[in-house]
Design a protein around this ligand. Structure first.
Ligand SMILES: [Fe+2]
Length: 259
């Protein structure tokens, strides 16, 4: 028990001994304990915020490495996060679920750091051998982040972002709901951005043409319910007519066309 002196009903300081014999002791000591608890709680929140900021800084550092390796993939990862969040909001995700979705989306292609430049930056279509090397990137993304406990919860989401709903995707050929929901969301967002982005070997599709492709491959490549919600979310997004989007973990505003 706390042994310092307190204050009596006449607001005179009392000794510890007087308090022990007083019926009012508890009511006068309580504010002291409450204040101490509030102080500790404030300290814990401060440390948690500092820990979160340090972890986000580490994530931004990994992303900077990806940016230096391949600027296109960096921008693509940011846009994928934006599209994935549109879908997450349509699904009614909580703030924590949206946070994890953003985290998984910005890290989904981090494994491309481990793909040889000759393959990753090849200005023409990949042959079968090169395609095999490229398809190792989800496993590499998983390997890079799985030991970092801040990212451990999203490691599997990243690992399975190229699985297809009909079971013909990679790396494991998971099907339907065996594929984590976040991975299915990332696949829709990832494919939409890949189709609408111009590459040295082909011009990007219009948004409408890309949406037609998503609809066409609903139920085989994509989760059909997610494609419908994505179309709904994109319609709302287009009505907002904003040029930029914001990602909280990267803590940056991106131009929607030139991220
Ligand atoms: Fe990918």
């Amino acid at each position: 028990m706390h042994s310092c002196g307190g204050w009596d009903v006449n607001m005179k300081k009392t000794s510890g001994k007087e308090q022990k014999n007083s019926a009012n002791v508890l009511s006068f000591e309580r504010p002291f304990y409450d204040a101490q608890i509030r102080k500790f709680e404030a300290e814990i929140s401060k440390l948690q915020a500092l820990h979160k900021e340090t972890c986000e800084m580490a994530v931004r550092t990994i992303l900077r490495a990806l940016d230096h390796k391949d600027h296109y993939t960096y921008g693509h990862s940011m846009r994928v996060a934006h599209y994935a969040l549109i879908l997450g909001e349509e699904l009614g995700f909580s703030p924590q679920e949206l946070y994890n979705l953003e985290l998984a989306s910005i890290c989904h292609d981090i494994g491309k750091i481990g793909v040889p430049d000759a393959v990753l930056l090849k200005p023409s279509r990949l042959d079968a051998e090169e395609m095999k090397m490229m398809q190792e990137h989800p496993g590499k993304s998983y390997e890079i982040i799985k030991e970092f406990n801040f990212l451990a919860n999203v490691a599997d989401y990243v690992r399975f972002h190229h699985e297809r709903i009909d079971g013909t995707g990679y790396p494991q050929g998971l099907a339907g709901e065996e594929i984590p929901l976040v991975s299915r969301i990332i696949l829709v967002a990832d494919t939409f951005d890949a189709m609408t982005s111009s590459r040295p070997y082909r011009k990007g599709l219009t948004h409408q043409a890309a949406i037609d492709e998503l609809v066409k491959f609903s139920g085989t490549q994509f989760d059909g319910a997610l494609v419908s919600l994505f179309l709904q979310g994109m319609e709302k997004e287009n009505q907002k007519k904003r040029d930029q989007f914001y990602l909280q973990i990267v803590n940056e505003l991106f131009n929607k066309d030139a991220a």
